[in-house]
Design a protein around this ligand. Structure first.
Ligand code: B12
Length: 246
């Protein structure tokens, strides 16, 4: 959010015409300073800003803002760490690629108006150099899956746990589907968004923008940093879906 605000404010700041009210410029400058401070406080020693999936927008923000980050930012360090994460296959979600790619090319969303798509130039699809491995005789893993709603005033309170066996390498969505197949209490619904499928409802308890409630997914006590269609749980991992507020 801070990164998007920085990009938006920088865009506006650069458009303030020469000779306009100084107070206006000072106000923008102060707000920008504050937001940039917030973003830069999240710079880690390995260069990651927030988590790996917020780093793309944060890099874009810090590279265009007229305000200096409060903490020293080594762009190359961030770039190196992100490239390592890419090599490990962490950026396969199209939206995560869309947010990181501009920074890797030294661009930001503010460059979009200057992009010219010359007609006639056809981009050839690149073929994968190595065929992706086909999971053939994958062994089974067991996931401990808990669904929990303790928010009063939003329907039935419950805390149910089930052990689910799935093929090793399966994404979390497969675990949820198996749980639903075996026990109707575990039934769930999804909604399609720009990042992919969000679990919008479990056991008839539905997220609400108005109430600011959602189903948060955790591994042990740590919130997942990927969605159910991307996250691959390990054997004996304890996954909890907890109905909570943001
Ligand atoms: C706001 C937000 C939320 C809000 C959305 C509520 C709302 N109505 O606005 C809440 C708190 C619900 C949320 C939840 C989650 N989020 Co979120 N969220 C964001 C954030 C900060 C901004 C999204 C936004 O408003 N975009 C602007 C609007 C205009 O675009 P939009 O397409 O309409 O936005 C929708 C999608 O972004 C979707 N959405 C939000 N989060 C997620 C996560 C996943 C996995 C999916 C598929 C969709 C999705 O909700 C938005 C509103 O409908 C992004 C940061 C970012 N870099 O994009 C993270 C982000 C997308 N979320 C993330 C994650 C991990 C989650 C959770 C999985 C966390 C968890 N441990 O449970 C859950 C989803 C669980 C589930 N039930 O399936 C990651 C995704 C990384 C990845 N590789 O998949 C991001 C990038 C944050 C990060 N840096 O780690 N999130």
């Amino acid at each position: 959010t801070g990164a998007m605000a920085t990009l938006a404010l920088t865009c506006m700041y650069n458009k303030i015409p020469e000779g306009s009210d100084e107070g206006f410029k000072i106000l923008f400058s102060e707000v920008l300073q504050e937001v940039v401070k917030n973003v830069s406080m999240r710079i880690k020693d390995n260069g990651i800003i927030g988590d790996i999936y917020s780093t793309g927008l944060a890099m874009q923000a810090l590279s265009v803002t007229p305000k200096q980050p409060n903490k020293e930012w080594k762009c190359q360090k961030t770039m190196d760490t992100i490239l390592q994460e890419i090599e490990q296959g962490k950026f396969h979600n199209p939206m995560s690629i869309a947010q990181i790619l501009p920074s890797l090319k030294g661009k930001t969303y503010l460059d979009v108006p200057h992009v010219s798509c010359s007609p006639g130039v056809q981009v050839q699809p690149t073929l994968p150099t190595q065929p992706s491995p086909v999971p053939t005789t994958a062994s089974n893993i067991t996931i401990i899956y808990t669904i929990n709603n303790q928010l009063r005033g939003v329907g039935l309170l419950f805390n149910e746990t089930m052990e689910i066996s799935v093929k090793s390498g399966s994404v979390l969505l497969v675990v949820l589907e198996e749980a639903q197949r075996r026990n109707p209490t575990f039934k769930f619904e999804t909604t399609m968004t720009s990042w992919g499928l969000v679990v919008s409802s479990i056991n008839d308890i539905t997220e609400s923008v108005h109430e600011r409630t959602y189903w948060q997914f955790l591994s042990g006590k740590t919130p997942l940093n990927e969605g159910v269609a991307d996250y691959k749980p390990a054997d004996h991992e304890h996954i909890t879906a907890n109905f909570t507020k943001y």
